[in-house]
Design a protein around this ligand. Structure first.
Ligand code: ATP
Ligand code: MG
Ligand code: MG
Length: 352
């Protein structure tokens, strides 16, 4: 069988490797740090190396048939180097958009797709001017490397822009107008090199302390709103010439339209429910997309509620195992530091 190269060694890589194994593929992981890594237990091979170690990257590339990734912040130079030896999906063009919130917003708006109003900021003075432009209630975000709400500061009319700017400790920021949404949704789309596409139904995401807490599948939104969200995700995937899977996070406004928040060109936490409720889950879909296999059915056989197990939540695993119908997934991480995603549990109910 063929071998898939995976950049990154976290739980998304682990669950992709499990899906790959079921289709007869091996997974070789390349990551800078494998300490306590979810991939170690389930991958056929693992290389620990820096993103800048060109020799190690070349050896890795020559040992695999295709490369994909579970972390969108792999340096584009790393991907360009790998690309000399082996196909990399998604490619550097997709990563350069998804790694930078300003590039991402520009790209999305360039397709005629709406977002919150936004301005770039490179100083406290820029933050003050941006707040004047987008409205007093706004969010300052680091343009790069933020996740789980890290690298963000919320502002209102009374907030000191200098304090907000210093708090994010980043060379570049984006200030976004605060969206009063009725709910947050995401759509995960998969696309092959020949343009074939599938998308899972829009799901509803609830956050706690900036971290995804619960995903409800499907989202409790109108058919019209769901179709709008689906169309937007597909248009973005096509415009990026995506090969792989892409999650698009969106806000639903009180008038039932959607605004794009951000995107991630990889399997996404809000798609974990597909492991238990769909014919083909997001991880298998990624394998199919990057290996040029037929895409699987995204049909939902049940409705689902996925709950993340963050930090000490994981200590509840015995009680979750004892709960009939609760489907427990643990990521094999040794230490349950606060805020760390340790696993998730999915509960199914008959399709509405
Ligand atoms: P993730 O872990 O999803 O990658 P992140 O750190 O990249 O998150 P965002 O998704 O941009 O950050 O923001 C985190 C959460 O903050 C959003 O899911 C939403 O609840 C809230 N949020 C972000 N931007 C806005 C906005 N412009 N208006 C209102 N709420 C927002
Ligand atoms: Mg993000
Ligand atoms: Mg987000």
């Amino acid at each position: 069988g063929a071998t898939i190269g995976m950049l990154g060694a976290g739980q998304l890589g682990r669950m992709t490797a499990l899906a790959a194994a079921r289709l007869g593929y091996k997974v070789h992981v390349y990551a800078p740090d494998a300490a306590d890594s979810p991939c170690a237990q389930v991958c056929a091979a693992m290389t620990i190396g820096d993103w800048t170690d060109l020799d190690a990257l070349e050896r890795f590339a020559r040992s695999v048939d295709v490369v994909t990734l579970e972390w969108e912040n792999v340096p584009v130079e790393t991907v360009a180097h790998l690309r000399r030896f082996v196909p990399v999906h998604p490619g550097g063009n997709v990563l350069s958009v998804a790694q930078d919130r300003v590039a991402e917003k520009r790209f999305v708006n360039g397709l005629g797709i709406a977002t919150a109003p936004w301005r770039e900021a490179h100083s406290a003075a820029d933050v003050a001017a941006a707040r004047d432009a987008v409205g007093p209630r706004c969010i300052l975000k680091s343009t790069r490397l933020g996740y789980d709400g890290k690298g963000q500061a919320r502002l209102d009319a009374d907030t000191d822009p200098a304090a907000a700017w210093e708090s994010i400790r980043a060379p570049a920021g984006i200030v976004e107008g605060f969206v009063t949404f009725t709910c947050e949704v995401s759509v995960i789309v998969a696309r092959r090199a020949d343009g074939a596409m599938t998308a899972y139904p829009a799901v509803e995401n609830r956050h706690k302390d900036g971290i995804l807490d619960i995903t409800l599948a499907p989202a409790r939104i109108s058919a019209g709103t769901a179709a709008e969200a689906d169309g937007i995700a597909r248009r973005i995937a096509e415009a990026l010439d995506l090969v792989g899977v892409l999650a698009v996070e969106m806000f639903v406004t009180p008038d039932g339209h959607v605004l794009v928040n951000e995107m991630a060109p990889r399997p996404h936490n809000s798609g974990h429910w597909t492991m238990d409720a769909c014919h083909c889950c997001q991880f298998e879909q990624l394998v199919r997309a990057v290996c040029g296999l037929p895409l699987g059915s995204v049909e939902r056989v049940a409705d689902a509620e996925m709950t993340n197990l963050i930090g000490d939540d994981v200590l509840r695993w015995p009680e979750l195992l004892a709960e009939p119908g609760a489907r427990l997934h643990l990521y094999g991480k040794a230490s349950a530091r606060p805020g760390r995603k340790m696993g998730h549990v999915t509960r199914l109910t008959p399709r509405r």
